[in-house]
Design a protein around this ligand. Structure first.
Ligand SMILES: [Ca+2]
Length: 335
C-alpha cells in the first residue's frame, strides 16, 4: 500500500528545469478546486480543506532524498520483527481479541495477519505520520514529478472528506499521503476501507475495529485464504544452487515485478519435497496441496523461504519481499 519511490537523479534534473515555468500555487489550487467541485465535492468541504494551504517544503525534501535501501535482510528483520514489537503485538492481541476475532471471521483472515500488518505499518496505530494528508498531496500534485498520480489521490482525499469519514484537521498520514492506522492511499480507502462498527464513517484513523476490517477486507479482496499461512523458512539441499536457475519462470511477472522477479516458478509442495527442501528443523514439508515459490531475499547463500498464495496477497499491500517476510515472521510470533 505504502508507495516507495526510488528517485533517480535524472528525473530530478528534468523536473528541476520544468518547475521554473509553472503557474503560481494559488492559481494551480484554484484550478484544482474547480475540478473537485466539478466532481461533486461541496464548496463547504473545499473551503475547510483548502483554506490557507501552502506547499510543504519538508514533503518535497523527503520525496527528493529517500535513502537508498542498503539495510541487510537480517538487520531489517531484526528491526522490524523486534522483541518490543512482538511483545506490544501480544498485548494488543489480548486487548482487542473480541474485535479481531469478529473481523477475522467476517473476512476470512486470521487475526495474527491483521495484527502483523497493523504492527508493521504504524506500530499498532501509534505512529501514523503526523502530516495533513491534503497539504502533502497538494504539495506532491503541484510538484511536477508525479503530478497526475498525486492529483488523482488529492481529489480522492477531498471526496473522502466530503463523505464525512474524518474531519480535514484530523486527516493525517505519512508525507506521501498514506493515511491512518492502515496507511491506505485515498484510492485504496475508497476501494477497501470498511465501516465495521456501522456508525457511518469508515474511520481508519481512530476506530480500531474499522482499521482491522479495512486491512482484512483489502487482503480478502486480493484472494486471501484463511486455510493457509504465508509460507515458511526452509533448508535447502547442498546441490540447490546447481539447479536453482532451472526453477525460475520463463516469463516476467506481470505485477509487483520488483519483488517477484527473484521468485522461482510455483510448484506443488510435493515437488519441493522431492527436490530435497525441508523445514528448518529438518522435517518434511506439509503434505497439503499448495503451490509455492522459493525466494531468497538476501540472494544466493542467504535464508530461503517457500512462499504460498497468501504471500502474494501481502505483496499487494506493499510490493517488497522484505516487507512480506517481516509480516509473515511477525504473524508467526503473534500466533
Ligand atoms: Ca465506523
Amino acid at each position: 500500500m505504502r508507495l516507495i519511490f526510488f528517485c533517480c537523479s535524472l528525473l530530478i534534473l528534468i523536473s528541476g528545469s520544468a518547475t521554473a515555468q509553472q503557474a503560481p500555487f494559488s492559481e494551480w489550487l484554484a484550478a484544482l478546486r474547480a475540478e473537485a467541485e466539478g466532481q461533486g465535492v461541496s464548496a463547504a468541504t473545499l473551503d475547510t480543506a483548502l483554506a490557507g494551504i501552502e506547499p510543504d517544503p519538508e514533503v518535497i525534501r523527503l520525496d527528493r532524498h529517500q535513502p537508498e535501501f542498503t539495510q541487510t535482510f537480517q538487520r531489517y528483520i531484526e528491526l522490524r520483527v523486534s522483541e518490543t514489537r512482538v511483545r506490544r503485538g501480544l498485548e494488543q492481541k489480548a486487548a482487542h481479541w473480541p474485535a479481531l476475532e469478529r473481523v477475522g471471521q467476517a473476512y476470512g483472515v486470521q487475526p495474527r495477519f491483521i495484527l502483523a500488518i497493523w504492527g508493521l505499518e504504524t506500530n499498532y496505530g501509534s505512529f501514523t505520520g503526523g502530516k495533513g494528508v491534503v497539504r502533502s498531496l497538494a504539495t506532491l500534485a503541484y510538484d511536477e514529478r508525479r503530478s497526475a498520480y498525486f492529483r488523482r489521490e488529492l481529489l480522492n482525499a477531498l471526496k473522502i472528506l466530503d463523505e464525512g469519514h474524518i474531519d480535514a484537521a484530523a486527516m493525517k498520514g505519512s508525507w506521501a499521503g498514506a493515511m491512518g492506522q492502515s496507511q491506505f492511499m485515498p484510492s485504496s480507502f475508497l476501494d477497501y476501507a470498511e465501516d465495521f462498527d456501522g456508525d457511518g464513517r469508515r474511520d481508519i484513523w481512530l476506530t480500531e475495529i474499522d482499521v482491522f476490517a479495512s486491512i482484512a477486507n483489502y487482503l480478502s479482496r486480493y484472494g486471501w485464504r484463511n486455510d493457509m499461512t504465508w509460507g515458511r523458512p526452509v533448508m535447502l539441499p547442498v546441490a540447490y544452487d546447481n539447479f536453482a536457475q532451472q526453477l525460475m519462470p520463463a516469463e516476467e511477472p506481470k505485477s509487483c515485478r520488483r519483488a517477484l522477479k527473484s521468485h522461482t516458478d510455483r510448484f506443488p509442495l510435493a515437488r519441493w519435497q522431492e527436490l530435497g527442501i525441508r523445514r528448518l528443523n529438518g522435517g518434511d514439508l506439509p503434505t497439503r496441496d499448495f503451490s509455492a515459490s522459493m525466494v531468497r531475499p538476501a540472494g544466493a547463500g542467504g535464508p530461503a523461504f517457500l512462499t504460498y498464495a497468501n504471500y502474494r496477497t501481502i505483496l499487494r499491500y506493499n510490493c517488497s519481499n522484505y516487507y512480506a517476510i517481516s509480516v509473515g515472521m511477525l504473524a508467526n510470533r503473534l500466533r
